[in-house]
Design a protein around this ligand. Sequence first.
Ligand code: S3P
Length: 426
Amino acid sequence: MNQGFDKINEVNGLLYIPGDKSISHRAVMFAALAKGKSTIENCLLSEDVLSTINCFVQLGVKIEIDGTTVTVWGNGFGGLSKPTESLNAGNSGTTARLLSGILSMQSFSSTLIGDASLSKRPMGRIIAPLKMIGADIAASENKTLPLKFSPSNSFCSIEYKMPVASAQVKSSVLLAGLFLDSTIKVIEPVTTRNHTENLLQLKVENGTDGKTISVSRNNYPVAKDYIIPSDISTASFFIVLTLLTSNSELVLKNILINETRNGIINILQNMGGSIRIENVQKTSGESFGDIVVSSSVLHNIHIKKEIIPNIIDEIPILSIAGFFSEGKFTIGNAEELCKKESDRIFSICENFKILGADVEEYPGGFSIEGKQKNINPVFKSFGDHRIAMSFAVLSLLLKSGGTVKDFECVGVSNPEFLKQVSSIIK
Ligand code: S3P
């Protein structure tokens, strides 16, 4: 579906957005593993999280959805049952990689598949550490989906130093560790999102090598009630839209404020953005607060290497903010961007070329400056939800407006995007 956008004049109001995607996936998984009834309030029910829910239903877990509350009746340790068909992770890397850690440790065989995009994404990064633990995983030669898990009877504990900064890899290994009596340690040289550690209350030690996270069967989840803070990655589209629209102020309620995810806020503040965080509270080990954002004049800044994993999902929308800011927008050390739902360096650069901006693309990064030359831009989503929403925001800011092709992919993380936009614009 082609979605057209006209320029907006003002952004105002109050916005409630759905629960955080990373935390929603994990809450569903931990509730499904636990014994007894758990509830998950403000759960994101986008296509990605529904893929996780459907996989656990196929694994014999009873799950009910009522509005944005999900109730899960887990069967406890050893309580998953052999699925009759392949488990389908759809477009969701988090589902595929975290679930792989769980499936590796089961006493039944299973097969994990995904859509065309997910089937191209690298799985060698989880296969390697899971095989070190003793998992029996078969994959294609290029280490992509489908993955076939067979029961193994010789597991061992490992100390795994992560070669790639990835919370999905870290979490995959940690979830496998929940099924072992002995302790598994994951050493993380560069900090990545820590929701698995927070929700399971894992021991985290800081050392010269980075963080060491320990896990064993002692950390196996118990049934509980979760309240999911709203998604900061989804919020960032509205934050940028408000910052770059004159006479605007927006309040985003109950947004996740986690130090491994709030790099986008710090960067936009350092670019000159007026962003305040109020009413900070805590739930299920995660902080959340209200974000108050108003129109600002932005300038580009140097983005440090260490912050890249923290903002990895926000780089597409940050590039839109950068295009409208004083100076040249430059990002580097972001090789992981090429391994997302699309090759995001390519997708972003292609769309800025469509606009007529000056684009320089290089390994692990790109830079953008210049002005709009095409007065009728038709952007491509590349089937990637974050690219679609980023170029929707760009279109809303252009005098000419713009169109985003194949816009339906926003359903992966935020099916209500268009409704949310119309509720705050003039
Ligand atoms: C996620 C981790 C990140 C992120 C993804 C969600 C998670 O991926 O890009 O959208 O929930 O753990 P990597 O850890 O592979 O960088």
